[in-house]
Design a protein around this ligand. Structure first.
Ligand code: PXG
Length: 440
């Protein structure tokens, strides 16, 4: 064990079984392209491209250079009443690749902040238009929208909500999730069954009256809950119901934006334009924390009324539009274009899908799901010990196969690099197979 790993006591790790982890820590100290390194020099292949963050690979020289240059030139500048040139340029560039009509960008520092910002913008929008009665927010079961109070409330991950149940924000309801393993198990791409689940929103409009609902937020492809692609036609139906009732549609694209689905946004892939898009992760390739909320003209313009000298939205972060983060974001947009990263991601989809579905007949596997470069293999839980099989898989991948993987309970999730080498991808899945073969 390295000296660093012996001094772990002070560090309270996020979303981690701390005591179990600290018995045998898995510590990374370096990264290059598609591999991590540990202090003893072991190389591990990263099967999750960071945490859905680092699609262009680790320590990309163009991003590293942009960050180094920027930090030496303008390290920080206040973001209220003054701003910096890089934030302005990034807002302009990001909105240029956003779907038509989405032309405004509010910066945050994470996906959780993007979500809470988007919810506040939705509420402010209706109030500015004289519909302050539209206060209800609708999320979806199994949704993940970060860990702040707004995002947690519209989210539907039970363990994340359980302890805070009494303090979730009021006026939130949820439509049903779209997972239907009876009808859709082992689907390649979008499930055939389940578009009608969008009608759950119509049901909630009946219950609360649609005129009281401000916004609906969904992940176009649910990520954290174990990769749930939307049933064919589902998102279009959700859009139609929102339009019928004057409800804003928010796509939480913290995972799906910037190439994961083979284009800039999931909105493009599914041909459904939301009113607001939340992003983070791939905006800077994970190099510097940053998020962005992308907003339609209609929503933005509703705020731009009243006395011009007044603040239109009382919201923002000390680090909104941080110049070093923005420089990283600009370097990302450059390289995504110059290296054809999104096209490369699209060209890897079939290979990835075939590799995933080659596990369909494995003795432990009960479902395989994929969309773009998002994929999941679901294992049957062990009797009386849900999550144990997934947990053992994770450790064995790390220690025996030099693979960094991700599992949520017994769902193994995969987030390959957008510029993966197909052979490396294949070899990594061979390691996964050896591990699955070896566990009970
Ligand atoms: N929305 C979505 C859709 C996300 O996936 C967030 C919001 C929150 O982002 P921040 O930057 O505040 O963490 C996320 C984050 C997983 C996993 O295992 C996914 C996330 C975070 C942690 C784990 O899939 N996504």
């Amino acid at each position: 064990m390295s000296s660093v790993a012996e001094n772990l006591d002070a560090y309270w790790m996020p979303f981690t079984a701390n005591r179990d982890f600290k018995k045998k820590p898995r510590v990374i100290s370096g990264a290059q392209v598609h591999y991590y390194t540990t202090e003893d020099g072991t190389r591990l292949y990263d099967m999750f491209s960071g945490l859905w963050t680092s699609g262009a690979g680790h320590c990309h020289p163009k991003i590293v250079e942009a960050v180094q240059k920027q930090v030496a030139k303008l390290d920080y500048c206040m973001s209220f009443q003054v701003t910096n040139n890089k934030a302005i340029e990034l807002a302009d560039r990001v909105t240029h690749i956003a779907p038509a009509g989405i032309n405004h960008c509010f910066f945050t520092n994470s996906g959780s902040e993007s979500v809470d910002t988007a919810l506040k913008i939705a509420l402010g929008y209706h109030r500015a238009r004289g519909e302050g009665n539209r206060t209800r927010l609708i999320g979806r079961e199994r949704g993940y929208h970060g860990v702040n109070f707004g995002g947690m409330s519209v989210g539907g991950m039970v363990p994340n909500r359980k302890v805070f149940s009494a303090n979730l924000i009021p006026g939130v309801d949820h439509i049903r999730h779209t997972h239907d393993v009876e009808r859709n198990a082992f689907t390649r791409g979008l499930p055939e069954h389940g578009a009608e689940l969008a009608d759950d929103l119509e049901r909630l409009c009946g219950l609360h009256d649609g005129s009281n609902i401000a916004a609906v937020i969904v992940e176009p492809v649910a990520g954290s809950t174990g990769v749930l692609p939307p049933p064919a036609g589902y998102l279009k139906r959700l859009r139609e119901i929102c339009d019928r009732h004057g409800i804003l549609l928010i796509f939480d694209e913290v995972i799906t934006a910037f190439g994961r689905l083979g284009g800039p946004f999931a909105a493009d892939r599914f041909d459904v334009t939301p009113d607001i898009i939340t992003t983070a992760k791939g905006l800077t390739n994970g190099v510097i924390p940053m998020g962005a909320v992308l907003v339609s003209d209609a929503v933005h313009d509703a705020f731009m009324q009243g006395p011009e000298g007044m603040v239109e939205l009382f919201h923002g972060y000390t680090y909104s539009g941080h110049p070093v983060a923005a420089a990283a974001g600009l370097a990302c947009l450059d390289l995504y274009k110059d290296e054809g990263t999104f096209e490369q991601a699209a060209s890897l989809e079939q290979h990835f899908e075939d590799l995933l579905h080659s596990f369909a007949d494995h003795k432990h596997v009960i479902d395989v799901r994929n969309c773009g470069l998002m994929g999941a293999i679901e294992l049957a839980p062990r009797d009386g010990a849900p999550g144990a099989r997934g947990g053992e898989y994770h450790k064995k991948c790390f220690w025996e196969e030099n693979l960094v993987t991700r599992n949520g309970m017994d769902v193994l999730a995969f987030s390959p690099f957008l510029n993966s080498d197909p052979d490396e991808m294949q070899q990594s899945f061979e390691g996964v197979r050896r591990v699955l073969d070896s566990i009970e």
